[in-house]
Design a protein. Structure first.
Length: 471
């Protein structure tokens, strides 16, 4: 079905006849294949209705900013504002007519002009270009979605702070390159997760979201002598930052927003990756409080929240890459680069918002199985503290010799299925060098946590950066 067919027939709601008969109606995207963000607060904040309202908000703000400067009669600005309600417009019709001009603002302006009617209609979209309205709408939607995302990141940070404090000295195996390394604590792990969440939260909150008002080619010529004042008033009415320059082809705001969203996805993805590993049946150190079921296996409680977060974290870098690629925009307004951003930015907001919602719920309900963590400290029969033992033997036999002998004893223990204590006792070069009571203490993994509790305590003193505004 061609765009021309859709544009000609879709607005009237009549199906277009094709080779196989009438085409079915095209319903809205209800998130059937998007469980990561379906039902999240950000879904509604980034839907077509939300974007339509944001574009109308931009048109109303322009008219009112003009009225403040005497460029538009106040009564006309009031008429534009009264008409600028999304529920009065047919978003599907606007979508089907948008291919003719390449963006949805052109048919929207036609519909808004008709809705305003009378003499006030002449003051709709006065001096603006389509990109001014759509870019401002993108920033409005981003600002509204960001508030929701930041709130969920704050929820996760608070839940992780509680977990870190509660488990500041809970020992567990530290794992490097998939293998047990040295003991750590779950408190330090949770504090590290929180640190990443706060990094992402602060970065996202700091991104400047500016209004756009440059006119046909970024010179603001159509706004006359009051152009700069108009731009300032327009941004103020929208609650967005006032840019130094029109940014039709200076796409730093979009690229920075994409980077911040990808960073948030990566931060939450790290939590998901750890939860997925540690909730495996054979590990069982963590579990989601409300795991998902299986269509075939009644016994399963799948870590679905971590799964959905992991899915989002893998997609967000590619969406950010699309937004960065769009910075290479030719001339004073580009063909294609700008258009590429719209869907990528919306999906990035949705994925991040969905992941943040799932992370807030996951961290609030996460179950920590301390017994399994402690049991796994003994899985290597003492080898997990071989670094500590090497340091203890070093003053007795020298650094190089201590490492060589501990390596030999560790390999013997692993090969013969012995406790490291038994391997040490059977090695003539090491046996008896350290008193049995002292050796027993050295072999206790819970006694080799290093600065983990202190690091956790220090990390918990970090607080989120305050937000001066939603900009």
């Amino acid at each position: 079905m061609s765009s021309a067919d859709l544009a000609a027939n879709g607005a009237a709601g009549e199906p277009v006849a094709g080779p196989a008969g009438p085409a079915p109606e095209v319903p809205a995207d209800v998130g059937l294949l998007s469980p990561g963000w379906a039902g999240s607060p950000v879904e509604a904040a980034t839907g077509d209705h939300a974007f339509l309202q944001a574009m109308l908000d931009a048109e109303a703000a322009l008219a009112r900013a003009r009225a403040e400067l005497g460029l538009t009669p106040a009564w006309a600005a009031d008429a534009v504002g009264a008409a600028a309600r999304a529920d009065r417009f047919d978003a599907r019709s606007i979508a089907l007519r948008s291919p003719a001009g390449g963006n949805p603002v052109i048919p929207l302006v036609a519909d808004l002009t008709e809705a305003v009617g009378g003499d006030a209609a002449a003051h709709v979209h006065r001096g603006a270009t389509s990109q001014d309205i759509l870019d401002s709408a993108l920033m409005l939607v981003a600002a509204r979605a960001r508030r929701l995302i930041v709130a969920d990141l704050d929820r996760s940070a608070a839940a992780l702070a509680a977990l870190a404090a509660a488990h500041i000295a809970t020992p567990m195996p530290g794992r490097t390159l998939t293998q047990h390394a040295v003991p750590t604590t779950f408190g330090l792990k949770a504090a590290g997760w929180r640190h990443l969440v706060l990094d992402a939260r602060d970065r996202l909150a700091a991104v400047e979201l500016p209004a756009q008002l440059g006119g046909a080619a970024g010179t603001m010529a159509a706004f006359g002598d009051r152009a700069l004042d108009l731009g300032s008033g327009y941004a103020r009415r929208l609650g967005l930052a006032e840019p130094l320059l029109p940014w039709h082809v200076l796409r730093t705001p979009v690229a920075e927003l994409g980077a911040a969203l990808a960073l948030a996805g990566g931060a939450l993805g790290k939590i998901a990756a750890d939860v997925l590993v540690l909730s495996r049946t054979e590990i069982g150190e963590l579990a989601e409080g409300a795991g998902g079921g299986s269509s075939a296996m009644p016994h399963k409680a799948n870590p679905v929240r971590a799964t959905l977060i992991a899915s989002a974290s893998r997609r967000l870098p590619q969406l950010a890459a699309v937004l960065f690629a769009s910075m290479a925009a030719e001339d004073e307004r580009p063909a294609g680069a700008w258009h590429t951003e719209w869907e990528a930015l919306r999906e990035a907001l949705r994925l991040t918002g969905g992941a943040a919602r799932h992370a807030a719920e996951l961290t609030a309900d996460l179950r920590v199985h301390e017994g399994r963590m402690r049991a796994h400290l003994g899985a290597t029969r003492g080898l997990i503290v071989s670094e500590r033992l090497a340091a203890a033997f070093e003053p007795l036999v020298g650094r190089a010799e201590a490492r060589r002998l501990l390596t030999r004893a560790s390999r013997a223990a692993a090969a013969d299925g012995l406790e490291l204590r038994e391997a040490l006792a059977g090695d003539p070069a090491l046996a008896g060098l350290i008193a049995p009571e002292r050796l027993r203490d050295l072999l206790d993994p819970a006694g080799y946590l290093g600065a983990a509790p202190a690091l956790t305590d220090r990390a918990l003193r970090r607080t989120p950066r305050p937000q001066s505004s939603d900009r």
